[in-house]
Design a protein around this ligand. Structure first.
Ligand code: SAM
Length: 236
């Protein structure tokens, strides 16, 4: 089945928000932003943002929360993990991990729709991370590629991927496929609740996976902004 058959997420059009789509952050002109997560990253990460390639062309709040969480709490164990990011946009979470870990035993995959591929590549090169990070197309709901099947990711990162209701079952399918491929894999999942429908995603996730709210010292701040941080693991 092609991506078109499965109602993938829409291309970014600031004037075309329907009922299905949560409002995006404020429209920004293209440019490069530097982030160092309150000094957790020695050398700041550079991220080119350009909404012309799609809504993932801009930094979203859950991406920043998840990237900081991974740096602060998981930096050491990530060095040995097989990491794959879904809906990476410009790649903020994966690139932060790649920059923040002293070494990485395996390449780290950042994935998104084809429209985001060149921005992901651009940001990998901008940060000199070509030897650590690979950008790939991974459309939610489609069968996993041979490369992903062979890679067998055990850490999945997903930030701000809950914003377009028709894509919810596609994302759930891909998460299910990944947790079937590697039964002890852990999905780190951060999202911002913008509409009531977003909680339907969580309800469906709770049916499919073990959903655990995880500790983070910034929780009082980000939860006030409607951000949620969980792990999803396979139900026993
Ligand atoms: C809101 S952005 C978040 C980007 C980034 N994770 C962040 O936190 O800044 C959501 C991303 O999901 C991607 N996406 C949406 N629907 C998708 C689909 N069906 N398959 C793959 N990626 C999808 C979009 O292209 C976009 O880059």
């Amino acid at each position: 089945m092609t991506n078109g058959d499965r109602s993938p997420s829409p291309e970014f059009d600031p004037l075309a928000f329907g009922d299905d789509l949560a409002p995006l952050p404020e429209y920004k002109a293209a440019g490069t932003t530097e982030v160092d997560f309150s000094g957790l990253l020695g050398e700041p990460l550079k991220l080119h943002e350009d909404l012309r390639s799609g809504c993932g062309g801009q930094l979203w709040p859950a991406g920043l929360v998840l990237a900081k969480h991974m740096l602060r709490y998981h930096r050491d164990e990530l060095q040995h993990a097989r990491i794959l990011e879904l809906g990476a946009g410009g790649g903020v979470v994966g690139l932060t991990v790649a920059r923040g870990c002293a070494s990485l035993e395996h390449p780290l995959y950042i994935t998104d729709m084809v429209e985001m591929e060149s921005l992901m590549q651009h940001n990998i090169a901008l940060n000199g991370l070509d030897d650590r990070v690979r950008a790939r197309v991974l459309n939610w709901g489609e069968p996993l590629s041979e490369e992903v099947l062979g890679f067998k990711p055990d850490i999945i990162l997903a930030a701000d991927c809950v914003y377009f209701e028709p894509a919810f079952p596609l994302l759930l399918q891909t998460l299910q496929d990944l947790l079937t491929l590697v039964p002890d894999a852990v999905v780190f999942f951060c999202f911002k609740k913008r509409r009531r429908a977003d909680m339907q995603f969580l309800k469906a996730a709770r049916k499919a996976f073990t959903v655990t709210e995880i500790e983070d010292e910034d929780r009082p701040v980000f939860s006030r902004e409607g951000l949620f941080l969980y792990t999803f693991t396979r139900k026993q």
